[in-house]
Design a protein around this ligand. Sequence first.
Ligand code: NOJ
Length: 749
Amino acid sequence: MKRGENLYILIIGLSVFIAGCSLDKIPPSTNNKYQSKVDSLLKIMTVEEKIGQLNLLSSSWDVTGPTMNKNYKQLIKEGKAGAIFNAFSVDYVTRLQKLAIEETRLGIPLLFGYDVVHGHRTIFPIPLAQSCSWDMELIEQSDRIAAIEATAEGVNWSFAPMIDVSRDPRWGRVSEGAGEDTWLASLIGAARVKGFQDKDLTDNNTLIACVKHFAAYGAPQAGRDYHTVDMSERSLREYYLPPYQACIEAGARTVMTSFNEIAGVPSTSNRWLFRELLRDEWGFNGFVVTDYTSIYELIPHGVATDSAMAGELALRAGIDMDMQSNIYSKHLKKSLDMGKVSMKDLDQAVSNILLIKYQLGLFDDPYKYCNVQREDTEILTQKSQQFAREFVAQSCVLLKNENNTLPISRSVKKIALIGPLSNSKDDMLGNWSAAGRAEDCVTLYEGLKEKSKTYNYKLEYAIGCNVLEESTSNFNKAIELAKSADYVILALGEHRHLSGEAASRTDIGLPGVQQQLANKIIALGKPTVVVLFNGRPLTIQELNDKAPAILDAWFGGTQSGNGIADILFADAIPSGKLTMTFPKNVGQIPIHYNMKNTGRPVRDENPLYKFTSRYIDAENEPLYPFGYGLSYTKFDYKNLLLNKEEITSTDSIQISVEVSNTGNYDGTEIVQLYLQDIVGSVTRPVKELKGFKKVFIPKGEKVTVSFTLTVNDLKFYDINMNYKFEPGTFNFLIGPNSVSGIKGAFTLL
Ligand code: NOJ
């Protein structure tokens, strides 16, 4: 038995004893069965061992940031790491965990983190695509599967959900989020936390979630990644903070800082954010981790002169764990000796981390996620592939469908598949693909090939051009192929690294010569659908004007091609709706559906009148609005009904509408409810999403969809920053997207 093991047993024994006699002295927020164990462990730790727990190091298995600690194994042995990320597989995690358990004095187990952003080995649609399903059950279930797969490979901490609201599609990381709406993103964040953490963290197939990036990382100036954020506290609280809070309320155990500053204070040194808001106001009692090298970045931000000062600022701000800067590890002891940080702050940070290690059951069994049998049987299962395929179909958004170009007629004899995304396995993964492998992915070509066995058509494909290429030399081959076919599918868009971290674009149109290729092919006059692969809304006005049909397939992950083929042949009916506005051009950005009216709104009777808030060279309206998406069938909205026209503060109001499926397919509609508080003590948006229902309606049938609203749905931060409702009249819109539907009004007395 090694030294670590002896002490391990001693501590467990001691903790059990203390747990038995001191539980009632622990303050309520930490009054749980583990806090006493943490406290007793803390008592026997040296300062160096405590600081070691605050250090998070990347292994060399994956590169997700700018610097690497090549000696991480040595640092684990020296007790200078509390957690490792970018390491997975039973064999590797076991080996690293052994270093911590057997080679260090106290044998404190390591956490293993990874960016399980949209699946672990089975990759699901990118989060922005997932959000277009408006389906909390699917979203939660996908993260349940992700957690099962990740824990089967040793991972116990997911760096997700990323829930940064963003109104700027130039920012590459919109692909990782849940779109532009605060309320919807809050629901999605909570569902994702539940999916990862499920009911019991001591199970071996649940892992801890990490809400990121706190805070307002999605609002960088000019859409440039890592750039400055400056906004009023009102906007911060009203539009950017609620999704993080929803995740905390759903039980998320960790929070990641963001790279940006807000109003001059970088997140990683922002005491107000982490101590006052997150812990005191919201009651968070997990631990806070920095983003990659964020403590070091306090120096270029210009708030710290050197690494030591950066570490002091971070610890004092309430940042518990240092990802990759190694600054706590190198400087905190000296800062402590010099009285620049307190032992109390250090102990609190260590305690926050140890508590979670206990909650996960790692002290009982540090190898609980290292089970070869699970690794062999619980990854890429048939069931998860089937689920992923259905999720792809639910995430696709039908943007245009003239002349019933879709679905593809089952009598079609030859299909030409053209474009750079037709058969690119790697791109299907989207960005942040964790342990996902290109070879596991089904491309559109492969999905259509499989489908041809059922519908009996010939399929040929030509690349036409590469995503970024400027050459048109492959056009002719593609054009000849299109001429020979009776149906054309154009697979166009971005490649997977054009969105994600550090992938902001100033031009968000179709890259390279793809539009030119599309123009030539569409001009042939064949029935043509564009299948778009993208990690953000794109400016595709020209494509929209010319292509008869456009299906947005985003990046669908492992089962992309199968899920899209299901939609193209009506084996699944499109129902996805956009969660981010598609602008007409970059000049309209930031653009979102819940804008303010201004004092000079565009006049309905004279939209071109000069002195109103508009552009002189483009309309204010987007290309496709928030909430928009078509189906193969048709839904009619009528018979709006309110159970009353006035409500009181103790009342509720019911708004219902009849939705009929008048088309030729059974289908699913996402019925949306928007409200406008016409007059307030502060200005309110022209509309805000307050409810939605995803309903299946067989063809020829109708359903009544009802929403119940109470004053809680009418609250906002008033002129004094109190979260309240105010009496007055509210307009509402109930319909298929944020611009069309049936309008009405009610009054809050
Ligand atoms: C930087 C990213 O901003 C963050 O989202 C990610 O979790 C870390 N790198 C770790 O890979």
